[in-house]
Design a protein around this ligand. Structure first.
Ligand code: PGA
Length: 249
């Protein structure tokens, strides 16, 4: 049985005060949500407020990015040890916005994933095709390439500690969700890669989340797909009531 991960990615939204206000409303609404892991990934500057606000609850906190280096002259970067010391347990790696706007590549995704693992964090490694790639019919090629270059060099022990998020880029922030069947098909493609590289136990254990315009009203049909082990939610995770209803799908 794979325990679902219901994760919120706040992107570049909310101040520390707004973070505290979010959790005041959110926390009581998910108090009994033992069916899943609930994770909120706020901006770095909100990590302290978030960790403070979730103390004593089952909610966990994650970062949205992580440096591949341990420390050094890397202006603007935040290391795994720093994220860990802030009290976070997860780190999103390779989100499509990082790939699109900040030059993230499969190679840097791999290095950041290793850094997260070394720091004792659970990386949520994002993959997914762009619209032009889907229209060209090369979704599978893209997913295979992202897996091969960004993930497949992990050892089996390292692989056992990651979470994968499939996020079709054309569905992010657009209101266009992949149909549950489309998402499930992409998840099966990824599982096929996992099977070929890491074998059947890894296939049974790996959690693959879906992300891209997940909302309270479509989460149920997505989660009804046996291939989908949770969601990575952007816009709809900013509202405490809405995100609580997603967590409690
Ligand atoms: P969205 O974003 O839910 O706003 O589409 C998802 C994501 O980018 O993780």
């Amino acid at each position: 049985m794979r325990r679902p991960v219901m994760a919120g990615n706040w992107k570049m939204y909310k101040t520390p005060a707004e973070t505290t206000a979010f959790f005041e409303k959110f926390r009581p609404l998910v108090e009994n949500s033992e069916h899943c892991e609930t994770v909120i990934c706020p901006p770095f500057t909100d990590l302290a407020a978030a960790v403070d606000a979730v103390r004593g609850s089952r909610i966990q906190v994650g970062a949205q990015n992580i440096a591949w280096a341990k420390e050094g002259a890397f202006t603007g970067e935040i290391s795994g040890a720093m994220i860990r010391a802030a009290g976070a347990a997860y780190a999103i790696v390779g989100h499509s916005e990082r790939r699109q706007y900040f030059g993230e590549t499969d190679e840097t995704v791999f290095k950041r994933t290793l850094a997260a693992l070394e720091a004792g964090l659970t990386p949520i490694v994002c993959v997914g095709e762009r619209l032009d790639e889907r229209e060209k019919g090369i979704t599978k090629t893209v997913l295979v390439s992202q897996f091969t270059k960004g993930i497949a060099d992990l050892t089996p022990e390292q692989f056992a500690r990651i979470v994968i998020a499939y996020e079709p880029v054309w569905a992010i922030g657009t209101g266009k969700t992949a149909t549950p069947e489309m998402a499930a098909e992409a998840h099966r493609m990824i599982r096929g890669q996992v099977w070929a590289k890491y074998g059947s136990e890894a296939v049974a254990a790996i959690r693959i989340l879906y992300g891209g315009s997940v909302k309270p009203d479509n989460v149920k049909t997505l989660m009804a797909q046996t291939e989908i082990d949770g969601v990575l939610v952007g816009g709809a995770s900013l509202d405490p009531v809405g995100f609580a209803s997603i967590v409690n799908f």
